[in-house]
Design a protein. Structure first.
Length: 373
């Protein structure tokens, strides 16, 4: 029996809390009660309606898989709860964790806004830190261990523990008919991103598979905040959401460090050394998708007749902007040039290992400056 099994009035809940929690004591207006993993008790979510207006204490709840069991909640507390979606650490937070001050971030931002080259020593330091972020990712436990020990083998072990936990959660929370399909979609992500065009193909999950079999499994992974969708656009005009092709999309991992942990041993070293073969472009696209999502941007790309493809299309400074991600030193982009010559796009951004530059309405930024977009 739980405190939410019967009467959901505030007095009944307080009484149950006092019976279950030793030395339970409430100081009026000075007490916070925190319910963790609330998705494990759907009735507790319904009880938030009563808890929100109680005169005794404030309530905070958290849950890692709140999006996947909404059908089990008898009544959502619409209008009674303030929601905050939390992500793993973004790159700026990763810099803070590694001892970089907000003043130092501001120093970098000054180069970004003035569009002038970053001093070489600072530029190289930031590139190395960004590579570390790609490998470590932003999961708090992993980052905390890395800044303490700087041991990539420990990082990999912690990341793979998290990946195992994801698969355990699939078994625990997914419906019986979806468990295997969700796991198969999840495990196919590295192979999906190894393709040249990276468009999600159900046939890479299972031979001859179609959307009707696996699309619900992908939505489960998205609702669990494990993956992000990046949709192809049918037309290049604002608002972007009105031009998406729902059946044509890419899938990126929501934390790039976890994507790295899904690859074979040695991949971390290759990223740090700047050489990862076919996966390098995929990893660099994933990290930009990861950061854009944490900046609150929805993900879109543009492909036309298999002859033109641009990695990301965003609204930036209220202008339709094409973004190309380059993992190699060669930053030439025929697709970006063609897009700006022939389509309704007047601004382009290139993200690469090179320093700041500007040519023909295309601004080139070092990839670590994506945090300022």
């Amino acid at each position: 029996m739980t405190i939410f099994d019967s009467d959901l009035t505030i007095d009944a809940i307080v009484k149950q809390l006092s019976l279950i929690i030793p030395r339970f004591d409430i100081n009026l207006k000075d007490t916070v009660i925190f319910f963790d993993e609330i998705q494990a008790c759907p009735i507790a979510i319904a009880a938030l309606k009563f808890l929100s207006n109680n005169p005794y204490f404030d309530v905070i709840t958290s849950g890692s898989l709140l999006g996947i069991n909404y059908k089990e909640v008898p009544s959502y507390p619409v209008g009674y709860v303030d929601y905050l979606e939390m992500y793993s650490l973004d790159f700026e937070e990763f810099c803070w964790a590694n001892g970089m001050s907000k003043e130092a971030i501001g120093y970098l931002y000054d180069f970004f806004t003035k569009k002038i080259m970053v001093p070489l020593a600072t530029h190289n330091k930031m590139l190395n830190l960004f590579k570390e972020y790609i490998v470590v990712g932003g999961m708090p436990e992993v980052v905390d261990d890395f800044v303490t020990n700087h041991d990539f083998s420990r990082v990999l072990k912690l990341q793979r523990n998290i990946l195992n936990d994801y698969q355990i959660d699939i078994i625990r929370y997914a419906s019986t008919t979806e468990k295997t399909k969700i796991k198969d979609c999840f495990l196919s992500i590295p192979a999906q991103l190894a393709q040249d065009n990276k468009k999600f193909k159900y046939s890479l999950v299972q031979k001859n598979a179609k959307a009707d079999k696996y699309q619900d499994s992908l939505i489960w992974l998205k609702d669990a905040n494990i993956i992000n969708f990046c949709y192809n656009l049918s037309n290049l005009e604002l608002p972007l959401e009105g031009n998406i092709k729902r059946n044509v999309f890419k899938v990126y991992m929501a934390d790039t460090g976890l994507l790295m942990a899904m690859l074979e041993d040695g991949s971390q070293k290759e990223v740090i050394n700047g050489n990862l073969g076919i996966y390098k472009g995929a990893i660099y696209e994933n990290i930009i998708a990861d950061i854009f999502t944490k900046l609150g941007k929805k993900l879109y790309y543009f492909e036309y007749n298999s002859t033109l493809e641009v990695d990301f299309i965003i609204r930036y400074e209220d202008v339709l902007t094409a973004v190309e991600v380059k993992s190699a030193d060669n930053t030439k982009s025929k697709s970006l040039k063609s897009l700006m010559d022939n389509w309704n796009v007047t601004k382009g951004i290139k993200l690469s290992s090179k320093n700041i530059g500007y040519k023909d309405n295309v601004i080139s930024y070092p990839i670590y400056m994506v945090m300022f977009l």
